[in-house]
Design a protein around this ligand. Structure first.
Ligand code: MF3
Ligand code: CO
Length: 261
């Protein structure tokens, strides 16, 4: 069953989505070489709770943290801990928050180096994949149209699309129907209708698409050890237009004044 949201419910989702976006900008303020991933997690949980929210991931299928922090060859679901972030790392920070009964979900990949062109290109392309997917997410289009746009762009740039993990509906639950793959065929899958709220989250690998789950049972990494990037937005399909409920504008304001890419 797909749960379509009313305009009022979408307004509530916007509030949780803005909280997630601001939480990621708090991370952007402090992320730098030498910092531990657990300190970022503590900061995110405090920020969400002090704004009246609840971390969406903590306790979800027994996941113990607020953030997923995935570094370099880690694709998604990296667990915060003692690991220190180093110069030249690419770091995906994924965050969900629940406010007024609705979840928002978003991820951003930071680059902590200066000039590795191949990493910068991977991040740029993955963010473009997300934007191109969102452009296809209009009333009357189909789920496969989103995936096709993402896949075509990634492959054109010489990258591969992770198949084992996908985007999802989002709302009262963190994960709802429908599934939102980052690959597919134009004109395939369910038709997008007004009130559909989904999280689009391309995971793009510099090398091959194959991934595996680490022995911690959470972290998903590339098999070939090459870097992977991940960007995610929560969006709402409206009658006239599609609204991106999460935003990178707060993150980008912070990054424009810093050395982090
Ligand atoms: N944004 C990710 C997702 O939607 C994060 C889920 S992590 C989990 O799949 F811990 F909550 F499972
Ligand atoms: Co998600």
């Amino acid at each position: 069953m797909i749960y379509y949201k009313s305009l009022d419910e979408i307004e509530l989702m916007r509030k949780s989505s803005v909280l997630v976006s601001k939480t990621l900008s708090e991370i952007a303020k402090v992320i730098k070489p030498g910092i531990s991933t657990s300190s970022l997690d503590v900061l995110a949980e405090d920020f969400i709770r002090s704004n009246g929210g609840v971390p969406s991931f903590k306790g979800y299928r027994s996941y113990p943290y607020t953030l997923c922090i995935s570094i370099n060859d880690q694709v998604v679901h990296g667990m915060p801990g003692k690991r220190i972030i180093y110069e030249d790392d690419i770091v995906s920070v994924d965050c969900g928050a629940c406010l007024n009964g609705f979840h928002g979900d978003s991820a951003y990949t930071f680059y902590l180096g200066d000039n590795d062109k191949s990493k910068i290109q991977l991040l740029k392309t993955t963010k473009e994949c997300l934007e191109l997917g969102i452009k296809r997410a209009l009333v009357g289009m189909r789920i496969g149209d989103i995936g096709e746009a993402i896949q075509t762009h990634a492959v054109k740039e010489g990258y591969s699309v992770v198949r084992d993990l996908i985007g999802h509906g989002v709302g009262k639950k963190l994960h709802e129907k429908p599934e939102v793959p980052n690959f597919g065929k134009r004109g395939s899958g369910i038709v997008l209708r007004e009130g559909l709220t989904i999280a689009i989250e391309p995971m793009i690998n510099m090398g091959k698409k194959e991934v595996f789950t680490e022995r911690d049972n959470w972290t998903v990494s590339t098999k070939d050890g090459l870097p992977s990037a991940h960007f995610e937005h929560t969006i709402a399909i409206g009658k006239e237009s599609t609204e991106v409920l999460t935003t990178f504008k707060y993150i980008e304001e912070v990054l424009s004044n810093s050395l982090v890419y």
